[in-house]
Write a protein that binds this ligand. Structure first.
Ligand code: ADP
Length: 542
C-alpha cells in the first residue's frame, strides 16, 4: 500500500555493514589457538568477511549449502559467522565435545560441504574424516607458517589465511529473502540422535534486537563483551550478532577457559560484561578469591545454561559488585527466552527477597510467549505455586528439526521445552524440574538413553537406568543404577571401564549403584522419578 514502510529484509550481513560504518574503529580482541593475542577492528572484520565470502564462492559453496566449523571463540570464527550466512549459505557450528561418532553423524546429516577447524581440533578432524562421506574439503583456521605438516586426511586440506589472501574484498552481500536459513546448530538434548535447529536471517535479527535490550542482556556501544559461552553453542547466545548491532568491543577467549586465563583477559581488556555457564564462573571465582583480586571494570555477568546458584549470585554481587543476570534459553530458542532483571518495585525489597527473585530464570523478553500447562494440556495460573510443562512460541522458536521426518514437536502451536516451571504474578518463571530425560553437565548435554544402551551391552547387566544426580562442580553428572544378572559378581570399576571408547570420556558415569530391582509402573515402565528422588543427591553426599 502506498505510504507504508519499506520492505527491507532482515539480514545477518546488515549487522556487519552497520558495524563497519558506525563502529569501524571498535576493537575485536582474540586469544588465539597459537597462544598470542590478536587484535583488529570491525572495519577489518568486515573486509576479511567479504574476502572470505569470495573464497566460499570460489569453493563452489551455493546458497543454502552447509559450511561446518569446529572452532573456539575467535575472530576467524566471527568472520565465518558473517561470510557464510551473509552470502546465503548456512553456518553449521559443530560441538567438539561430542563423541566422534556423533560428530560424524551430524556432519553427514547436515551434509556439510566444507569444514573449517581450529588447529586444536586437527586430531578430532583426523578421526572424524574417515567416517564421513567424502569428498570433503577441510580448512585449517591458521596461516601458512602454522599449517600441520603431514595430516592424515582423506580429502583436501586448505589454509585459511591463504584462502583470504587469494581473494579481493569486493563483494556485495546478496539481497536474500529474510526467511532464508542462516545457521544450524545441533542439540543432543533429546533422546535418539542429535537434532538440528535451523535459524533464519529474520529469526536471528529479531532475536538480536530483543536480546540486546536493557532488561535482556543489556548491551551497548560502551560495553566490552566477553562471550565465554562457545560460538558452537547456540551462536554464543547471540552475542556476536548483538555486539555488531550495538557496536560493543568484543573479547574472545579462544581455548583458554580456566579461571586464571579468563581473569587476565577480563582485566587486560577491561571487560564490562561476560557470559557463560555456572561451571565456568566457579573456576573464575575460585581463582579471583585465591589471589584476593577484584574486577576493575566488569559490572555484569550473564549466567545461563543451568540454574545459577544463589551462593554464586551473592559472591559476584557482594564481594565483587558484579551484577548477575540469570537467563534461560534453549538451542531451539536461538536461545534467549527469559532474563531475570528486576522490576521497579523489587528494588526496595530486603536483600534476601531480591536473591530469591534472582534465583528465578526471569521474565519473557518481548517476542517470547510462554505458558505452563498441566497433564491435560490446560493452562495453569501464574501464582508462583502451580508447576507445569513450560511451553513457548515466538518468531525465534523452532517449528521442528532440520531434515527430520518425525512428527512436529509442536503442541497446538506451542513448543514444549521439556522443562517444568512455575510462573509468579510478575511473570517471573522458575524452573523446578525437567521432564526430558537428559543430563546437563557443565552446560553440555549427556543422553541418559545412550548411557543406558551402552550399559545394557555388558553381558552381566540385567537392566540399567541412568539418572541426572546433582553435582557440586558440574551441576549434574550421570549416575548409573544397575540390576545385575543373577549370580554376577560385576563390580563398578569393570562396568565403568566398559564405557571407554564407547562414549565421549566426559559422558562416562562417575559412579554405579547396584540395586536389587527397578521400580516399575502399572504398564511395566521404569519409574525414573522414584529413582531420581532416591538418588539425586548421591554425589552431594559422597
Ligand atoms: P543453553 O545451554 O544455551 O541454554 P541448550 O539447548 O543446550 O541451551 O539447553 C537448554 C536447556 O538447558 C533448557 O531447556 C533447560 O533445561 C536448561 N537451562 C538453560 N538455562 C537454564 C537456567 N538458567 N536454569 C536452569 N536450566 C537451564
Amino acid at each position: 500500500m502506498h505510504g507504508l514502510m519499506m520492505q527491507q529484509p532482515l539480514l545477518v550481513a546488515s549487522l556487519l555493514t552497520h558495524a563497519e560504518r558506525h563502529h569501524g574503529e571498535q576493537e575485536i580482541v582474540s586469544r588465539r589457538v597459537e597462544g598470542d593475542i590478536h587484535r583488529y577492528r570491525y572495519r577489518d572484520l568486515a573486509q576479511r568477511a567479504r574476502r572470505l565470502a569470495n573464497a566460499l564462492a570460489g569453493l563452489g559453496i551455493g546458497e543454502g549449502e552447509r559450511v561446518g566449523t569446529l572452532a573456539w571463540n575467535g575472530y576467524r570464527h566471527m568472520e565465518l559467522y558473517f561470510a557464510v550466512s551473509g552470502s546465503g549459505a548456512v553456518l553449521h557450528t559443530l560441538n567438539p565435545r561430542l563423541h566422534v561418532d556423533q560428530l560424524a553423524y551430524i556432519i553427514d546429516h547436515a551434509d556439510d560441504r566444507v569444514i573449517f577447524f581450529d588447529l586444536t581440533f586437527l586430531p578430532l578432524i583426523e578421526s572424524v574424516a574417515p567416517r564421513i562421506r567424502s569428498p570433503k574439503v577441510f580448512v585449517a583456521m591458521t596461516d601458512r607458517a602454522n599449517m600441520p605438516a603431514t595430516p592424515d586426511l582423506p580429502g583436501m586440506l586448505m589454509c585459511y589465511e591463504d584462502l583470504i589472501d587469494g581473494h579481493g574484498d569486493d563483494f556485495t552481500w546478496p539481497l536474500l529473502d529474510e526467511n532464508t536459513a542462516s545457521s544450524l546448530c545441533y542439540t543432543s538434548g533429546t533422546t535418539g540422535n542429535p537434532k538440528g535447529v535451523l535459524y533464519s536471517h529474520r529469526s536471528t535479527i529479531l532475536h538480536t534486537y530483543a536480546a540486546a535490550l536493557p532488561d535482556s542482556l543489556n548491551c551497548s556501544a560502551r560495553d566490552v563483551i566477553l562471550p565465554v559461552v562457545p560460538m558452537f553453542h547456540v551462536n554464543a547466545w547471540g552475542l556476536p550478532y548483538i555486539a555488531c548491532m550495538v557496536g560493543a568491543k568484543l573479547v574472545f577467549p579462544g581455548p583458554a577457559l580456566d579461571g586464571k586465563s579468563l581473569y587476565e583477559l577480563i582485566e587486560a581488556e577491561q571487560v564490562t560484561l561476560s557470559a557463560g555457564v555456572p561451571t565456568v564462573w566457579q573456576g573464575l571465582l575460585r581463582h579471583v578469591a585465591e589471589r584476593g583480586s577484584t574486577f576493575t571494570a566488569m559490572r555484569r555477568t550473564i549466567v545461563g545454561g543451568a540454574p545459577c546458584p544463589t551462593a554464586m549470585t551473592t559472591e559476584f554481587q557482594e564481594r565483587y559488585h558484579v551484577d548477575v543476570l540469570h537467563a534461560w534459553g534453549m538451542t531451539e530458542l536461538s536461545p534467549v527466552g527469559t532474563v531475570c532483571s528486576f522490576k521497579g518495585h523489587h528494588l526496595s525489597l530486603p536483600t534476601q527477597q531480591r536473591y530469591a527473585i534472582q534465583a528465578k530464570q526471569g521474565r519473557a523478553v518481548f517476542g517470547i510467549d510462554m505458558r505452563i500447562v498441566g497433564p491435560d494440556g490446560e493452562a495453569l495460573p501464574w501464582d508462583g505455586r502451580a508447576a507445569g510443562d513450560l511451553q513457548v512460541r515466538g518468531p525465534w522458536v523452532t517449528t521442528g528439526y532440520f531434515g527430520c521426518d518425525e512428527a512436529s514437536p509442536l503442541s497446538d502451536g506451542w513448543f514444549p521445552t521439556g522443562d517444568v516451571a512455575k510462573i509468579d504474578a510478575d511473570g517471573f518463571m522458575q524452573i523446578t524440574d525437567r521432564s526430558k530425560d537428559v543430563i546437563k553437565s557443565g552446560g553440555e548435554w549427556i543422553s541418559s538413553i545412550d548411557i543406558e544402551n551402552v550399559a545394557s551391552l555388558h553381558p552381566e547387566v540385567a537392566s540399567a537406568v541412568c539418572i541426572a544426580a546433582r553435582h557440586p562442580k558440574w551441576d549434574e553428572r550421570p549416575l548409573l543404577l544397575i540390576v545385575k544378572q543373577p549370580g554376577s559378581a560385576l563390580e563398578s570399576a569393570e562396568l565403568l571401564d566398559f564405557f571407554d571408547g564407547r562414549v565421549a570420556k566426559w559422558w562416562k558415569p562417575d559412579a554405579v549403584v547396584f540395586i536389587e530391582a527397578l521400580p516399575l509402573g502399572a504398564t511395566g515402565k521404569v519409574l525414573k522419578n522414584q529413582l531420581r528422588d532416591r538418588f539425586k543427591d548421591y554425589y552431594l553426599m559422597a
